[in-house]
Design a protein around this ligand. Structure first.
Ligand code: 7RM
Length: 373
């Protein structure tokens, strides 16, 4: 993805200052790796262009102890803390007493990025890290967008779990139907597009300009297509429900991966989950859930409880057909679940898994494959 100096600088600094409400002498920490766009935009460019004190961390959240993040927050009196849901869920599973051992009173704003943050993780982050006083900015954006396009503004917009909320000033986010008609009313679901250009938008895909045009600018005339599906609530807040390619169609009902995972994660013993579709003779697609649990038997009684939670949260139509308990889920280095691999495993196409060498944890693939139905 090619970004250009002027626009990228303008937009990363603008969005950094507004989304994190950075004030002079604050200490800001984004836990990302600088090799990921989040590190580029929000460890380096946005903060440094704003004269901010920005912490750069190399390591993992659980080493040498799962208190690492909270100890660093205390030591450097971090005011704005920005991380990914995958890290929040991993630390949440380590217990509530760990964050309470560190003084986190300096924290004013909490950020989340990379995937939809599920409700349970949102509440844990709010309660145990922000102590109910630090607004959570659920920031939606992409490598292609260069910077945050949809996010609450702390102290200005309200926050609502699982909602990235409203586009930043200047950003014209819209939902469209498959024919490209704009869905202007609230309470709708559609494809997330951006109507008007913004300073840090993708300029080209390196060495292949046609590809850039086809992938992002050809689906809908005059708009940038994000590839994400989203929903608007009755007040126009936007909730991103996952990549359109990952949407599952069960007997004609369309479901985003995030929605079903969010429901499964509400079960108290579920640490993390991933759902994918697989071919199903009757329903078209069935729902296959890969679930990491803690402290419960990996048996049908737990499966039944999970199904009950999903029925309560969404409805019987979203109940997974298969639930496989796993110890780990294949993740990219930036913490995103590789559903492509899980989809192959769920469909019994394991002889064509593709390249798994860039995974953070390639060793988990074997385990997941062996336990598959
Ligand atoms: C910054 C980054 C982009 C994709 C994007 C979404 C997903 C990112 C959120 C989110 C729901 C969020 N760049 N995504 N942030 N989904 N809520 N707050 O992640 O290019 O690596 O990924 O990530 O699907 O299109 S990225």
């Amino acid at each position: 993805m090619v970004h250009t100096v002027g626009g990228y600088m303008v937009y990363t600094s603008y969005s950094f200052r507004n989304v994190f409400q950075y004030q002079e002498n604050d200490v800001y920490w984004c836990t990302a790796d600088i090799g990921w766009i989040t590190g580029h935009s929000y460890i380096i460019y946005g903060p440094l262009l704003s004269g901010a004190t920005t912490i750069m961390f190399e390591g993992i959240p659980t080493h040498p102890t799962p208190s690492r993040f909270w100890q660093i927050c205390e030591k450097h009196k971090v005011n704005q803390f920005y991380t990914a849901p995958t890290a929040i869920r991993a630390l949440m599973a380590c217990g509530n007493d760990l964050p309470s051992k560190s003084d986190l009173s300096s924290i004013k704003v909490l950020g989340s990025v990379g995937e939809p943050i599920n409700e349970e993780a949102w509440h844990w982050y709010d309660k145990h890290i922000g102590k109910g006083k630090a607004p959570i900015v659920d920031t939606w954006w992409q490598t292609e967008t260069g910077g945050i396009l949809i996010s609450p503004l702390p102290g200005i917009t309200d926050t609502k779990p699982t909602y990235a909320s409203y586009p930043l000033p200047g950003i014209q986010a819209v939902l469209v139907d498959p024919d490209g008609n704009e869905l202007t009313e609230n309470n709708v679901e559609g494809l997330l597009c951006i109507k008007h250009p913004w300073p840090s938008m993708i300029r080209t895909t390196y060495g292949d300009h046609e590809r850039c045009k086809t992938v992002y600018f050809s689906a809908f005339k005059g708009m940038y297509f994000t590839g994400d599906g989203a929903r608007k609530d009755d007040e126009g807040r936007i909730r991103v429900i996952g990549r359109v390619d990952d949407v599952i169609n069960v007997s004609g009902h369309r479901m985003g991966t995030a929605e079903v995972e969010n429901a499964i994660n509400e079960h108290p013993a579920v640490v993390e989950s991933a759902i994918v579709g697989y071919p199903h003779d009757i329903k078209g697609q069935g729902i296959y859930a890969f679930v990491i649990t803690q402290g419960v038997a990996k048996d049908n009684a737990t499966r039944k409880e999970i199904l009950e939670v999903v029925t309560r949260e969404i409805g019987p139509i979203a109940k997974p057909d298969k639930i496989q308990f796993v110890d780990g889920l294949p993740k990219t280095r930036s913490g995103k679940i590789m559903r492509r691999i899980l989809r192959k495993i769920a469909s019994n196409e394991t002889d064509s898994l593709g390249d798994i060498s860039t995974l953070l944890n390639p060793e988990c693939v074997q385990e997941v494959m062996e336990g598959a139905f």
